[in-house]
Design a protein. Structure first.
Length: 661
């Protein structure tokens, strides 16, 4: 075991006498604990790798964990070891137990865009702006393990009432498609384990020790899955931090930390409070802010990395001034300290704040990358085209089949697809294979069969040409044949449709150039498209400033951080103030502060545009909560105020917030 392990970390790694909760503060080495414990379980305790599972929330975290484990276990990940996300584990369980779930092993997994489309179809409304909140409500119910029957009695407003009516039909549609949504990947195993003792015990014996990362981000369904897999043995280590619970809006329930003690009375709680990331001044600011929240567990971060630079707060005239000031200050700091662009991050509450910073960074020729926004390949129009390509390469891809046959519409409606899906489920074949079977005619009417087989014929003709014709030319012909451009302009306003069509055209051109350069046809390109990245923003050697939302920045660290827009109504968000949910916003602020290693600069605007109007802003209460050691800069000249003037300004801010409270 590494000599760099501190005493609480060593205790967490070696503790095997029952269930264990490791409260790991920001930058306290939680990944080190998990990976060292995996190596300890396998190398020193003799557990078979196949009986150990480490569960994370992101693929990136899983990859990092695998790499670290490999370094600890002879250069490669032990064969059979499970290191994956909650949802990847769910896929594995459902695939192996498909017959118990009423699914074929090749079931499709629908993402948010697909499920919104299904809800829109069921609601009889093509407006995704209406379908999205309905789908969001259904998803929230599923994450909370609320059934369609239970949801009907929980409807409190127009949206939830409409969602409750659609919920049972939505579930039937998914089963008819032989498909699951993202939420099902957790809820189906939970219900299966609750209803089938034999299956549950089989998985408990298969996975004998569990390690759960970012436990504070679990929702109710994930909590129940953990409890069922752990069983009465309670052989698990959960690692989390209640001060970094920032995902309640997507179903995460910090109450799961409290419930863990109730469900497992013998739970051992170990605190990791030594921070290996930030200076003392940064940690002091973080500790002071989070101290204003009610605590499940008392915890105080500390560091021996030195006092560090003073935390600075600068007020700016407006958003344009803020972006210009940050870009100029960043550039000057880089020149003065001989740092790299990738040493800097600009963090903000919402994606809408990024545009003006992008403009200023471009104006000053500062390279940047953005995370927390939508990547090119996640755009709906690109996913539409990829669905067609996937279907050309693999007719058994039901997910691609459903998207291709419904976007654009080809006169084939939900009733036809549902009937085909039901027949495919009975036959345990793909939907494409099912429509070609003679028996399909007994389950669909003549008009439905005609439309489906016309679609199959179209696919077959394109497939024949795809192996020898240039990719771009064939893809352009496909778009023309399905009238994709006309469909965009009939379903979106003209400016949005133009942007989507331009993206589609850019994708076709790019794919064509890749085909020419690599000597690959359309089918060959499609088979490797998942490995192709048009915008390689994950390159660690790319020297660029990182722009990110606070949610996207969680888990990251940077030597120098600019935390912008720290004002009432933005951070904390106005909706959270109105609904008295400021504690989660404070945790978000805490996450932002603790991303910084050596320097932290906060900015806020005295005025900010809201639509066509300009509103007067007030500094965030969180600035006040950071204490008197922060350096307040003059908004006019950006020169630092004297310590006395800074304290006077903080006192005025405090008085203002007291009056509001």
């Amino acid at each position: 075991m590494s000599a760099q392990i501190n005493a609480p970390q060593r205790e967490a790694i070696r503790y095997l006498d029952g269930p264990c909760l490791v409260l790991a503060g920001a930058g306290s080495g939680k990944t080190r604990v998990i990976t060292q414990k995996i190596a300890y379980l396998i190398g020193e305790c003799g557990l078979a790798p196949a009986t150990v599972a480490a569960i994370t929330f992101t693929n990136k975290a899983a990859r990092e964990m695998q790499e670290r484990v490999a370094k600890l276990t002879g250069g490669r990940v032990p064969a059979g070891l499970t290191v994956c996300t909650f949802h990847a584990l769910g896929v594995r369980i459902i695939r192996q137990e498909a017959k118990h779930c009423g699914l074929k092993p090749q079931f499709s997994i629908l993402d948010a865009a697909d499920t919104v489309q299904i809800v829109a179809d069921l609601a009889g409304d093509t407006d995704r702006g209406i379908a999205k909140p309905l789908q969001w409500q259904i998803s929230a119910w599923k994450n909370a393990m609320i059934t369609p029957a239970e949801a009907a009695s929980l409807a409190r407003d127009e949206i939830s009432a409409a969602a409750a009516k659609l919920y049972p039909e939505y579930e039937r549609t998914l089963r008819a498609y032989q498909a699951v949504d993202f939420d099902d990947l957790i809820t189906l195993p939970v219900r299966l384990f609750e209803d089938n003792d034999e299956v549950r015990e089989r998985w408990q014996n298969r996975l004998r020790y569990l390690l759960i990362d970012e436990y504070q981000d679990t929702n109710r369904a994930q909590y129940r899955l953990l409890c069922q897999l752990a069983g009465v043995r309670g052989a698990f280590t959960a690692v989390g931090d209640d001060d970094q619970a920032i995902y309640a809006w997507r179903g995460a329930d910090v109450e799961n930390l409290r419930q863990l003690q109730v469900h497992f009375p013998a739970l051992k709680v170990i605190k990791l409070e030594q921070n290996y990331r930030s200076s003392k001044r940064i940690l002091q600011a973080a500790n002071r802010v989070i101290a204003h929240n009610d605590k499940l567990f008392e915890k105080q971060l500390w560091s021996d990395l030195g006092v560090g630079e003073v935390v600075e707060v600068t007020s700016c005239r407006d958003a344009e001034h803020e972006a210009e000031w940050v870009a100029t200050r960043l550039s000057a700091h880089k020149f003065e300290h001989r740092t790299r662009f990738r040493d800097y991050a600009i963090l903000y509450r919402g994606n809408h704040q990024a545009r003006i910073f992008e403009q200023q960074l471009r104006n000053q020729h500062i390279p940047y990358v953005i995370s927390g926004g939508k990547s090119f390949f996640e755009k709906a129009e690109i996913r539409d085209l990829i669905a067609w390509l996937r279907l050309l390469a693999n007719e058994d891809d039901d997910l691609a089949f459903i998207r291709a046959i419904t976007v654009p519409r080809r006169g084939i409606g939900p009733t036809t697809i549902e009937a085909l899906g039901r027949y495919a489920g009975m036959r345990h074949v793909s939907m494409y294979a099912a429509l070609l079977e003679e028996g399909a005619a007994r389950h669909l009417n003549a008009r439905q069969i005609e439309g489906l087989r016309e679609f199959a014929g179209f696919i077959q003709r394109i497939q024949l040409r795809a192996r020898h014709e240039p990719a771009a030319r064939l893809l352009n012909e496909l778009l023309s044949a399905i009238h994709y451009e006309e469909w965009l302009f009939s379903h979106f306003d003209s400016s949005e449709a133009r942007a989507k069509w331009q993206n589609a055209s850019d994708f076709v051109s790019w794919l064509g150039s890749r085909g020419d350069a690599d000597g690959k046809n359309l089918i060959e390109l499609t088979q490797t498209i998942a490995l192709i990245s048009m915008l390689d923003k994950e390159d660690p050697d790319f020297d660029a400033v990182q722009l990110a939302t606070l949610h996207a920045a969680k888990g990251l660290e940077f030597p120098h951080v600019f935390l912008v827009g720290v004002e009432e109504g933005l951070l904390p968000h106005q909706g959270s103030i109105d609904e008295e949910r400021v504690e989660e916003e404070r945790r978000l602020m805490y996450v932002g502060i603790t991303r910084a290693q050596r320097s932290l600069t906060l900015t806020w605007c005295e005025r900010r545009k809201q639509g066509r109007e300009s509103r007067i802003c007030e500094a965030s209460r969180f600035i006040v909560e950071m204490g008197e050691e922060v350096k307040i800069n003059n908004p006019a000249s950006n020169a630092p105020l004297s310590k006395e003037d800074g304290r006077a300004r903080l006192a005025r801010l405090r008085a203002m917030l007291d009056q509001k409270g």
